[in-house]
Design a protein around this ligand. Structure first.
Ligand code: LLP
Length: 411
């Protein structure tokens, strides 16, 4: 099995396992497919940095003209460092600190997506203090349920996100009074891993209605940010989510003639299937109720199965035989928790200790959600392009981890 033109065995030999491997050609293809789907619309693609924030990945996207959706001061620094221009950056998030606001104002970002009135006032104060204005959209909570899992659906009234659509008119009236605030648009994000168009369509309809009302009140609304959320296929050959072209066409039809700049914040759709987690079988354990493949990757490296019961296709790098015979296996990591399980009772071809395997669709919300639980150092990230590859995040040594800790002399 290859990553572009590089055999995965070459990467495993060079950097060890486990490791994340990303394809720059696939990142580029996903970005371009999305962009083509939006043709005819005035739009900004603000890649959602949280999905995969490695600066090499960001740099690939920056070169294609991508903007960024950031949710922290740290992500802002990454996006700028990777060459994404400030005037293509939007800042989302329910708990921006004043320090983060100041940094974003100083950088001159395009838009703040504001999620509450207290946040609005804090932003106003920050902007006034440095004699500038913050361009804002309120994140509107449209009360629409969508998303692949309860933990990642965000658009319901009871979720913590955004301001209630029923109070939006008042919020905009308040914003218009503030000297440090420039009202520019509305924003929504209803959830993630959404595999049908209907919830997006319903949210857009609600948004357009609100825009009409806001314009009638005299607000100059030019931007409609509809967030991210388009799902990706996690299971090969299963029903695929809507294509970006279908998503784009549906939105283009709705917003046509409304004189809006559309902002999109795709994350998973760009990065998810551009990356894999490369791992190795340590032990095959049989003899009990189940057959376990104990691999060298764990829940600290990829937490999606443990956290969201997420499915990731798993495949050996090299097939041991071509007889098509599979046996039910549990694929588990070495962490001392039953939750450290990538899959249960999955029919998999023969794999033996030492064999390499691939966990697919791990390019989004993989490395970014990893931790050093069990003092397992963060694993390397590798970017491939054609026949070249480079380690774009190195594996820290345990000594590097311990350098940040100290024992007080009074212990
Ligand atoms: N914009 C906002 C405001 C968001 O909160 C998110 C994701 C996105 C855009 C990007 O959504 P995407 O296009 O990637 O669906 N860790 C979870 C996913 C969390 C999504 C959080 N917000 C997972 O592994 O499934």
């Amino acid at each position: 099995m290859m990553a572009e033109n590089v055999p995965l065995t070459t990467i495993a030999d060079a950097v060890g396992t486990p490791a994340y491997v990303y394809s720059s050609a696939t990142l580029k293809r996903h970005y371009e497919v999305f962009e083509q789907g939006l043709s005819g619309m005035d739009s900004l693609i603000a890649y959602s940095v949280k999905a995969n924030s490695n600066i090499a990945v960001l740099a690939v996207l920056a070169k294609l003209g991508a903007g960024a959706d950031v949710v922290s001061g740290g992500e802002l620094v990454r996006a700028l460092k990777a060459g994404i221009p400030a005037n293509k950056i939007v800042f989302s998030g329910v708990g921006k600190t004043r320090d983060e606001m100041r940094a974003a104002l100083e950088a001159g970002i395009y838009q703040f997506n504001v999620e509450s009135l207290p946040e609005l006032h804090a932003l106003n104060e920050c902007a006034v203090a440095i004699k500038t204005k913050a361009r804002i959209a309120f994140r509107i909570n449209p009360d629409i349920s969508a998303g692949g899992h309860a933990k990642i659906s965000t658009g319901k009234a009871e979720n913590k996100f955004g301001i209630d659509i029923t109070t939006a008119i008042d919020a905009y009236a308040e914003a218009a009074q503030l000297p440090g605030i420039l009202v520019a648009g509305i924003d929504m994000h209803i959830g993630s891993q959404i595999v049908e168009l209907a919830p997006f369509a319903a949210a857009i309809d609600k948004g357009l209605e609100l825009i009409k009302n806001l314009r009638a009140e005299g607000h100059d609304i030019s931007n409609f940010d509809i967030g991210g959320g388009l799902g990706i296929p996690y299971v090969e050959d299963a029903d695929a989510p809507p294509l970006p072209i279908e998503y784009g066409r549906m939105i283009a039809e709705k917003v046509q003639g409304h004189n809006l700049k559309m902002i999109f914040e795709p994350g998973r759709m760009i990065a998810g299937n551009a990356g894999i987690l490369l791992s190795k079988v340590e032990y095959v354990k049989t003899g009990g109720a189940r057959k376990f493949l104990i691999i060298d990757a764990a829940m600290n490296d990829l937490i999606r199965p443990a956290l969201y019961n997420a499915h990731h296709d798993i495949e050996p790098v090299a097939q041991r035989n071509s007889d098509g015979i599979t046996t039910p296996c549990d694929v588990v990591g070495p962490v001392c928790e039953t939750g450290d399980t990538f899959t249960e009772q999955r029919d998999l071809p023969d794999m033996q200790a030492g064999d390499l395997l691939v966990i697919h669709s791990a390019g989004a919300y993989g490395a970014v959600q990893s931790s050093q639980y069990n003092t397992r150092p963060l694993i390397p990230e590798v970017l491939v392009s054609g026949d070249q590859f480079k380690v774009v995040r190195e594996r820290p040594k345990v000594e590097d981890i311990l350098k940040t800790e100290n024992i007080p002399d009074w212990v």
